[in-house]
Ligand binder design. Structure first.
Ligand code: ARG
Length: 401
């Protein structure tokens, strides 16, 4: 098992001196012990704590490592979600389903486990929060299991998702060729420890996508917009009790602003607002016409409508905000405090209409948690690369979504 404890960065993409002092100096055993006490306490298994800590001590003394039981991994992953400061959707943290795939080995089996994850998570549209834990050291180099390619054109323009430019190029170096549309699904790059990444196309029937239509605006489908149903983050590591699980793709369901106020709307992403405004015949010559705001609103209406129309679970930012308030209340009842990151928790639309807007959060980073590793860990010419390069936080300005 791989335990990386030194020099960690938290899921907020910022180095946390407090966190680092706290954990850098702690030994694996101490981190394990703290986790077991909290985990077993929450699970009502107080009587088993001493014995389990003793057996972990023996295991670490003998092997330098210890292996989580299924229950520890499951509850640890749930705690990691509960501790995710950027996530507004933490209320159902207890419902996270663990798919324990720690014992599968060839890359083909891992690819199959990812297909199975998509299927189990999609669940006919009633999306289930799911995490698949892969064997130690395995890395999925994709940012998400489903993501659209981005292609740089001769004239400098970009077809597809600009966020995927570099990863798309890497896939091409591995011999992948996309069709060149704005919504090509990227293949998986799966890297086993010490090996070169292997490329696997994503089976088309494993991916559910939603065409974007508008309840009242007829031409909306002519924009040709679509988005995938399930966001499965695959480039973060799951840290539990001093142990780091490098391959642990997890998903919840979308809040519509993620897609309609960011992925499709950002100037640095699909940048679709000018086109919508033009078709809406808004006055784009002056910002005071609020054409961006009006186009943005209709895009968000369309997104919610389209997902609901197809029976795909999605949450609007007002409901998510209310659920987050309930999450805070239930944590309080459980005797815990909630940590959070205001910049991320506040929705990018109508922020001041939400309760989150007028709250302040402690940004302390707790363990278990999910941490970024460097995006697209593979670099040409340095294959096989190992974890040395993976300690750098992703660069963030405000938030990337
Ligand atoms: N914001 C990311 C995206 O737009 C997804 C992050 C996870 N979101 C979620 N609802 N679980 O693709």
């Amino acid at each position: 098992m791989v335990a990386l404890r030194a020099g960690r960065y938290d899921a907020m993409g910022i180095s946390k001196p407090m966190y680092r002092t706290q954990y850098q100096s702690a030994s694996l055993f101490e981190e394990a012990r703290d986790f077991i006490i909290q985990c077993y306490g929450e699970l009502g298994k107080h009587d088993d704590i001493d014995q389990r800590i003793e057996s972990i001590k023996c295991e670490i003394d003998a092997t330098g490592q210890y292996i989580h039981t299924h229950d520890e991994l499951e509850h640890g992953a749930r705690m990691a979600w509960r501790n995710s400061n950027r996530c507004i959707g933490r209320m159902p943290w207890r419902s996270l389903t663990l798919r324990d795939c720690r014992h599968i080995s060839p890359a083909e089996e891992i690819a199959q486990a990812l297909v199975d994850h998509l299927d189990a998570a999609f669940n006919g549209g009633r999306i289930r929060p799911t995490i698949t834990v892969l064997p130690p050291g395995v890395r999925i180099l994709n940012h998400q299991l489903i993501r659209y390619a981005g292609y740089l054109q001769q004239d400098g323009s970009i077809v597809g998702d600009p966020d995927s430019l570099e990863f798309t190029r890497q896939c091409q170096e591995f011999g992948w060729q996309g069709e060149g549309t704005a919504f090509d699904i990227l293949p998986w790059l799966i890297q086993l420890p010490g090996k070169c990444p292997e490329l696997f196309p994503v089976p088309a029937d494993a991916v559910y996508e939603v065409p974007i239509i508008h309840p009242d605006i007829e031409w909306f489908d002519e924009l040709g917009l679509r988005w995938y149903a399930v966001p499965v983050i695959s480039d973060m590591e799951l840290e539990i009790g001093g142990v780091t699980w490098t391959g642990a793709p997890f998903n919840g369901w979308y809040m519509q602003t993620e897609i309609a106020a960011r992925n499709l709307a950002d100037k640095t992403r699909y940048n679709i607002l000018p086109e919508i405004a033009r078709r809406m015949r808004l006055d784009t010559s002056r910002s005071a016409s609020l054409w961006k705001d009006r186009a943005l609103l209709e895009l968000n209406v369309a997104l919610l409508y389209s997902f609901e129309h197809h029976g795909i679970r999605i949450v609007d930012h007002h409901s998510a905000d209310r659920q987050f308030s309930r999450f805070m209340a239930s944590e309080k009842r459980a005797g815990r405090t909630v940590t959070g990151d205001w910049i991320w928790l506040t929705p990018p639309m109508a922020p001041a209409t939400t309760d989150t807007f007028s709250r302040r959060y402690r940004r302390e980073v707790r363990s278990p948690n999910f941490f970024y590793r460097e995006r697209a860990g593979y670099r040409t010419g340095t294959c096989p690369i190992t974890s040395e390069r993976n300690e750098r936080p992703r660069e963030e300005t405000a938030r990337s979504g």
